[in-house]
Design a protein around this ligand. Structure first.
Ligand code: F6P
Length: 362
């Protein structure tokens, strides 16, 4: 019987289990395949940890957050932390072992569910002869060649609900309320949730902001009788004069840089320049948790079924993607060639400007 292996790697997000379910059920129902679940991301491939998934294992999980297989963002087979020399981690290339271990599973294809980092690893493994099919997953929506990654819509829903709740305190206490959202180096999440939540100011990495303009905007609102403001900030936002704010470096991680802290810096500046009381909420990992939205469940099901179909047809080195209304396939190499950032002329930016939202531009 033919076998398919699934790995879920990098940060978790809503919809991963819905994808696992769709891949596994399609492969079992339509192609009579067996499914192997690699445990804890690529760590399981390196450490030879996997298990066979039964139909029961993948039943009733479409609503479940996280991943039933576990994940890791510290297990790049091409740069794997094998020990420590003093304070510094020591790395080794264990990709040959990873490929050999994959072969010992008896699977013909590896379905790699992940974001930018995972897809880079998947691509390098496929160059070593391991047949891979990618499925784009991340709340950041920064994978190129696809309109949407799954997980993004759920994160937008969570962040929008949070902004709605922050609105009530902003109104009652006549404060400037800032909310810092994830998204790494791109502003999709802050843009979508900021617009959906009626943010007065939205700050994203793609549009460096002018601090004086932000301060002036909240003062103007207060003079016009709107005695509060909502400022939505992407963790990767930066001012024209400043730089991106790094919260910490996790040395043995696939992508060591962790962003965070920009909202607190802006809040202190707003208070200094305006005398308006300003508070900060950092939404953090709440954005990655919980059940997927209907949109993400549907997208996950479409991605998963198509990936299983492609594997059954013997395709490899490709990623499933959403372009317009269609699920298409693109070379993984194209999807990882660059990060998909928000084009400054995106129609949602134009619409937001038209309804009076500021991006901190002079
Ligand atoms: O890529 C998803 C993401 O949630 C980013 O938005 C965020 O910058 C990062 O992961 C946080 O990573 P960690 O969970 O390792 O802190």
């Amino acid at each position: 019987m033919r076998r398919l292996a699934i790995v879920t790697a990098g940060g978790d997000c809503p919809g991963i289990n819905a994808v696992i379910r769709a891949v596994a059920k399609t492969a079992m129902n339509d192609y009579g395949m067996e499914i192997i679940g690699i445990l804890d991301g690529f760590l399981g491939l390196i450490e030879k940890r996997w298990r066979k998934l039964s139909y029961g294992d993948v039943s009733g999980i479409i609503t479940l957050g996280g991943t039933i297989l576990g994940t890791s963002n510290k297990a790049n087979p091409f740069r794997f932390a094998v020990g420590k020399r003093g304070e510094e981690a020591e790395f080794a290339d264990v990709s040959d072992e990873a490929v050999a271990n994959f072969e010992s599973t008896g699977a013909s294809t590896l379905i790699a569910i992940g974001g930018d980092g995972t897809l880079h690893i998947a691509h390098k493994l496929s160059e070593k002869g391991l047949p891979v099919i990618g499925i784009p997953k991340t709340i950041d929506n920064d994978v190129d060649c696809t309109d949407f990654t799954f997980g993004f819509d759920s994160a937008v829903a969570t962040a929008t609900e949070a902004i709605d709740k922050i609105h009530t305190t902003a109104q009652s206490h006549h404060r400037v309320m800032m909310i810092e959202l994830m998204g790494r180096y791109v502003g999709w999440l802050a843009l979508f949730a900021g617009v959906a939540g009626g943010g007065d100011v939205i700050l994203i990495p793609e549009i460096p902001f002018d601090m004086e303009v932000v301060a002036r905007r909240v003062v103007e609102r207060s003079r016009r009788g709107k005695r509060f403001s909502i400022v939505v900030v992407a963790e990767g936002a930066k001012s024209v004069a400043g730089d991106i704010v790094v919260q910490r470096i996790i040395k043995d991680s696939t992508d060591p840089v962790r962003l965070g802290g920009i909202a607190e810096l802006i809040a202190r500046e707003i208070e200094k320049r305006t005398d308006l009381e300003t508070r900060v909420t950092v939404l953090g990992h709440l954005q990655r948790g919980g059940t997927p939205t209907g949109f993400d469940r549907v997208l996950a099901t479409r991605y998963g079924s198509r990936a299983a179909e492609l594997a059954a047809e013997g395709k490899q080195g490709v990623m499933v993607a959403l372009q317009g209304q269609d699920i298409v396939t693109v070379p993984i190499a194209d999807a990882i060639a660059r990060l998909k950032s928000v084009p400054p002329d995106h129609d949602l930016i134009k619409s937001a400007l038209s309804v009076g939202t500021s991006f901190g531009l002079p």
